[in-house]
Design a protein. Structure first.
Length: 121
C-alpha cells in the first residue's frame, strides 16, 4: 500500500511554507531570548540542541538536498526523488530567508510578532 503524505507539489509547498514561517519565528525567539531551556525535557533536549547546531552550519539547503537524495535514497526514485530532495532544500532556504527577514525587522523595531512575508519597501 502506497502512502503519499504529499499528493502534489502544491500541497508540499503550502505545508512547508507554513512550517518555514513557524521555524523562522522559533529561531527569532531563540535569537532574541538566547534559548528556551525551560522547554527542554530529557531526550528532547538533546535532539533540540542537535537541530540548533545543524541550523548554524552553512549551506543548509545543499546539506538537506544531499541528505534526502543520497542518504535517504532519493536517487533510487529517479526524477520524483530528485524533485522531492530539491523541495526539501527549498524548504531549508525558506526557513533561512524568513529567519533573516524577521531578525532584520526586529533590529529595526518591527517587533517579533510580524509574520514573514514579502519584503517591504
Amino acid at each position: 500500500m502506497d502512502h503519499h503524505a504529499f499528493p502534489s507539489v502544491a500541497v508540499f509547498v503550502e505545508k512547508h511554507n507554513r512550517y518555514s514561517n513557524w521555524e523562522a519565528r522559533v529561531a527569532l525567539d531563540r535569537y532574541l531570548h538566547r534559548g528556551a531551556k525551560h522547554l527542554q525535557k530529557g531526550g528532547v533536549g538533546f535532539r533540540r540542541k542537535l537541530k540548533q547546531w545543524s541550523q548554524m552550519l552553512p549551506f543548509r539547503g545543499l546539506q538537506r538536498f544531499l541528505y534526502v537524495y543520497i542518504v535517504q535514497g532519493g536517487f533510487l526514485d529517479g526524477r520524483a526523488g530528485f524533485y522531492f530532495a530539491r523541495l526539501h532544500a527549498f524548504y531549508e532556504f525558506l526557513s533561512v530567508a524568513k529567519t533573516y527577514e524577521l531578525k532584520q525587522q526586529a533590529k529595526r523595531g518591527g517587533g517579533k510578532g510580524a509574520s514573514p512575508g514579502p519584503a517591504q519597501k
